[in-house]
Design a protein around this ligand. Structure first.
Ligand SMILES: NC(=O)c1ccc[n+]([C@@H]2O[C@H](COP(=O)([O-])OP(=O)(O)OC[C@H]3O[C@@H](n4cnc5c(N)ncnc54)[C@H](O)[C@@H]3O)[C@@H](O)[C@H]2O)c1
Length: 284
């Protein structure tokens, strides 16, 4: 069963107060959805709710730390209390750190693993049974990245979580197919999008010391490159347009930058040919 349109549906977006999540919230609102945005950043959340309401969207903002399982359960309960059945969940909140893998502390690793990966596991485990129980067409979209399609240096925690989100989503897709489920599954793999992702440390728990590993010169340089890439990226509204079309088409993998097709193909070819990765693949 494919979710064909968003009119009269309830859509939940984590990390919905800015960037890709907020772009999708506005697009889904225009499609006629009731929109719930869940975010840790209170000021941004209030502003985003006000903006959506001003645009005529029936909106609920729920302050949520997706790195805490209890918050995700609280989110699901709050949404059901206000709007009833949930039809669309976008596990979108994400953060990143830079530096050599061994320079990143346990606390930095845990932060990225919790926000980017465990939150997705918890989100699926909390919402999927509720979506199956109501039986109407529904969909879960998990955000990975092109960093979930091809590895690279200096963001090991980020790559680790994004590869894992791709694997988790593929598992869920196979399970849904086998069950002929009413809940479709997709995984979003964007290239650079102009958002606040390179300022992730604005949402760090106290004491983590920023998004660049302490004293990491290569991490600091890479952080600057990453910020420049993000600033030159496509707009969140363009990602939202791709998502709406891809969900209706029932696509599992959703890509926003067709230019990376060659990188995916070359990586697969290098794997089966027994070659080593091409370090320039994702930066061409
Ligand atoms: N921007 C890019 O170039 C790009 C590329 C590929 C993938 N992504 C992914 O897209 C997703 C959205 O990021 P974005 O680029 O829009 O960045 P963003 O920083 O603009 O948005 C991320 C949102 O997540 C929220 N957030 C952070 N920690 C949270 C937590 N613990 N609980 C709840 N909310 C939290 C932030 O407050 C923010 O509103 C992320 O998963 C990111 O990894 C981004």
């Amino acid at each position: 069963m494919t979710m064909q349109d968003f009119a009269n549906t309830t859509a939940v977006i984590t990390g919905g107060a800015s960037g890709i999540g907020l772009g999708l919230a506005h697009r889904l609102g225009r499609e006629g959805a009731r929109v719930v945005i869940a975010d840790i950043e209170e000021d941004a959340l209030d502003k985003a709710v006000a903006g959506l309401e001003a645009a005529g969207v029936d909106t609920l903002g729920v302050r949520t730390n997706v790195g805490k399982q209890a918050d995700i359960t609280g989110l699901a309960d709050a949404v059901e209390e206000r709007f009833g059945a949930v039809h669309f969940l976008h596990n979108n909140a994400g953060v990143c750190t830079t530096g050599l893998a061994e320079e990143q502390t346990d606390a930095q690793w845990d932060w990225v693993l919790d926000v980017n990966l465990r939150s997705v596991i918890w989100g699926c485990r909390e919402f999927l049974p509720r979506m199956k129980a109501h039986g109407e067409p529904a969909h879960i979209l998990n955000t990975a990245s092109m960093a979930g399609m091809s590895g690279g240096p200096l963001m090991a925690a980020y790559f680790t979580t994004k590869f894992a989100v791709v694997g988790l989503s593929e598992s869920l897709w196979h399970e849904a197919q086998a069950e002929e489920s009413n809940v479709g599954i997709s995984v979003l793999c964007p290239g650079f999008v102009r958002t606040g992702i390179a300022r992730s440390d604005r949402n760090q728990p106290d004491g983590l010391g920023g998004w660049v590993a302490a004293g990491s010169q290569s991490g600091a340089q890479f952080g600057e490159l990453l910020s420049a890439g993000v600033d030159a990226g496509i707009e969140p509204s363009e990602v939202a347009d791709v998502i709406v079309e891809a969900v209706a088409a029932g696509k599992l993998w959703i890509f926003t930058h067709p230019g990376f097709d060659a990188a995916i193909l070359n990586r697969a070819r290098r794997i089966v040919d027994g070659e080593v990765p091409d370090a320039r693949e994702m930066t061409r």
